[in-house]
Design a binder for this molecule. Structure first.
Ligand code: ASP
Length: 341
């Protein structure tokens, strides 16, 4: 059987960093150095080609142009490769995984993002296992078809649906979680594939890559004591077109008149407001409490159980499609890449 071709795309992040011998600070990214450190890659049952961002970045510098660059690398190489592994800093990996899931429509090959908490050259590094298993997962086929046909994230023995993940720990090797969706694969002695929860593209269509993302958006986290004047100035910001509103519990907010009125005016002006919960897990259920019933009435969109990362990137993507107000709401509340239950 033909060995799968895997493209390794290096964007930056701790995985390829080295310690400055003088300052001990992590700096510089060196892709050559990364490959050199893992001779084990030669033992894998696949062909690996590599490519790198010209200037690899700490993922805290990630922006929509980098996402487009990444999507274009996948697009340009889509025919020639069976799977893609994207090496990425962990800080914004969930945002990138979410963004790519929306940008790559009709994807039917694996895209696996991974990285590490410790550089590849560190004795106790988590990078080797993450990288090697990510490549193995991207190489998995059954009956001539790739097992994974979606954008995923692999970290510390678990493969997740990318747009369901959140970084939850800056210290532990287990840095990510997916509280509202089960793991796709767990790596132990065997790779245990949870087949029932894998994304199954409906028909074999051609990959369509969306390269326009609208950044006239903001994430607004509510807190007790939020001031009317500050909220007003945010809602009246020039060009603002969409807000991910992080609310309490099952989608609750203050029901004070000034607060609801400010949101109402913004929605009337055409700003889309998405209600997502500040809780790490669970779902928004507008109307369950009186404090959220009014939100539903004034046209706030329910993000249901979507993550903040997926909500903001879905907002950027949908805004670029120029949908009518009604279909924007319908599409937002519907799963288009498995991001909502
Ligand atoms: N600051 C780093 C980054 O996100 C952290 C990491 O790679 O884990 O690029």
């Amino acid at each position: 059987m033909k060995k799968p071709n895997i493209l390794l795309i290096y964007t930056g992040g701790t995985i390829g960093m080295i310690k400055d011998p003088k300052t001990k600070a992590l700096r510089a990214f060196d892709f050559g150095h990364l490959i050199e450190k893992i001779p084990e890659l030669n033992l894998l049952d696949c062909h690996i080609n590599t490519t790198s961002f010209e200037n690899p970045i700490d993922s805290s510098n990630m922006n929509t142009e980098h996402w487009v660059k990444c999507a274009e690398i996948i697009e340009d190489n889509y025919k020639d490769f069976d799977g893609f592994v994207v090496l990425h800093g962990s800080d914004t990996m969930s945002y990138t995984a979410s963004a790519l899931s929306f940008m790559l429509e009709e994807l039917n090959k694996p895209v696996v993002l991974t990285g590490s908490q410790l550089p590849i050259g560190d004795l106790r590094t988590d990078a080797k296992e993450n990288l090697i298993t990510a490549i193995q997962i991207a190489s998995l086929t059954e009956k001539g078809k790739p097992v994974i046909q979606e954008v995923t994230l692999y970290f510390e023995y678990k493969l997740y649906r990318g747009n369901r993940t959140t970084k939850i720990n800056a210290e532990h090797f287990e840095a990510f979680t997916s509280l509202n969706y089960p793991e796709l694969i767990e790596s132990g002695v065997h790779l245990n594939i949870n087949r029932d929860v894998l994304y199954k593209p409906l028909a074999k269509k051609k990959l369509r890559v969306h390269k326009v993302l609208n950044t006239n958006v903001v994430i607004l986290k509510l807190f007790p004591g939020i001031s009317e004047s500050i909220l007003r100035s945010i809602l009246e910001s020039e060009n603002l077109q969409g807000i991910v509103l992080e609310t309490y519990g099952a989608g609750n907010t203050s029901d004070e008149k000034w607060f609801v009125d400010l949101l109402k005016v913004a929605i009337k002006k055409g700003i889309h407001i998405i209600n997502v919960t500040q809780c790490s897990g669970g779902s928004v259920l507008m109307g369950q409490y009186q404090s959220s019933a009014q939100l539903k009435k004034i046209g706030v969109i329910s993000g249901k159980d979507i993550t903040t990362e997926a909500a903001i990137t879905k907002l950027m993507y949908l805004l670029s499609l120029n949908l009518s107000k009604k279909s924007f709401k319908n599409v937002f509340q519907t799963a288009i890449r498995g991001e909502i239950t």
